[in-house]
Write a protein that binds this ligand. Structure first.
Ligand code: OOG
Ligand code: MG
Length: 257
């Protein structure tokens, strides 16, 4: 095993054992390119277990997230079928380390997208949109990491929940975003907080996916990144995200015991 495979194997074990590890950057001086290679090697392990790629998630596309996590570059991670949780489901925290949830806009693509896609062509490739909640769960202790750490860790991805798909609104900007826990709004933002317009996140996703050698495909899902800071999940919580004009999505967490 080379170094890339070794680090991918340790991250993959941290996922499977739900056990936090020391950030890679504590011992390794990795480039962004090497970090994405680790990410792909860890993805290959998931695919080897029968998981299928269903799309891409974007990270750090809003100032709120960059500020919360102290990282200021857009990143991407792969979504697989095993990560999806049904809308309205009750989920367990058992296989997770320190999960958090955040409200997102999801795109369903009807066309593949090249690296250098224009905003108009990206818009034309959207089959539908949905409100989404991403569950992130950094494999690093204290949810603390460098840019290369979080890239290697598949952008902290753990699970995602999609609301009902609907036709894409003509303007994706200026849709209010609310995250509620147990019926109380705890985070609010706007779709405009995602790079000014979540469409720009889709353009960036096309570039990052193509750079990784796996361009965005028809039928894939893209999560545009959270518009607000993430909230820690606790047993018994009811979580709901509402995006104005795009509907709602939610799930609950199993109670204690
Ligand atoms: C990294 C993932 C960032 C987003 O929506 O910005 C992300 C993290 O916050 O741990 O998913
Ligand atoms: Mg996210």
């Amino acid at each position: 095993m080379d170094k890339i495979d070794q680090l991918a194997a340790s991250l993959d074990s941290a996922v499977l054992e739900a056990k936090a590890m020391t950030p890679l950057s504590r011992h390794e001086d990795l480039t962004v390119e090497q970090a994405y290679r680790i990410q792909r090697a860890a993805l290959a392990r998931r695919l080897g277990r029968g998981e299928k790629i269903v799309g891409l998630k974007m990270g750090f596309t809003s100032a709120a997230k960059m500020l919360q996590m102290g990282v200021d570059d857009q990143i991407s991670g792969w979504l697989t079928d095993a990560m999806q949780i049904d809308n309205g489901a009750v989920m367990s925290l058992a296989s997770r380390i320190h999960p958090r949830c955040e409200p997102e806009v999801a795109f369903l693509l009807k066309r593949s997208l090249p690296a250098d896609v224009s905003e108009q062509a990206a818009f034309d490739a959207i089959a539908s949109v949905a409100p989404a909640i991403e569950i992130i769960d950094s494999r690093f202790e204290q949810f603390k990491f460098s840019l290369t750490d979080v890239i290697a860790d598949n952008a902290s991805s753990s699970s995602f929940v999609l609301g009902p798909w609907m036709a894409c609104p003509a303007d994706l900007a200026k849709h209010d975003v609310h995250l509620s826990i147990d019926g109380k709004v705890c985070q609010s933002g706007s779709s405009s907080d995602i790079l000014g317009n979540p469409l720009r996140s889709l353009v960036a996703a096309a570039r990052l996916a193509a750079q990784a050698g796996m361009p965005l495909q028809a039928g894939w899902i893209v999560l545009a990144g959270a518009a607000t800071p993430a909230e820690a999940l606790q047993p018994g919580m009811d979580v709901r995200a509402v995006i104005q004009g795009m509907g709602a999505v939610g799930f609950s967490v199993h109670g204690p015991g």
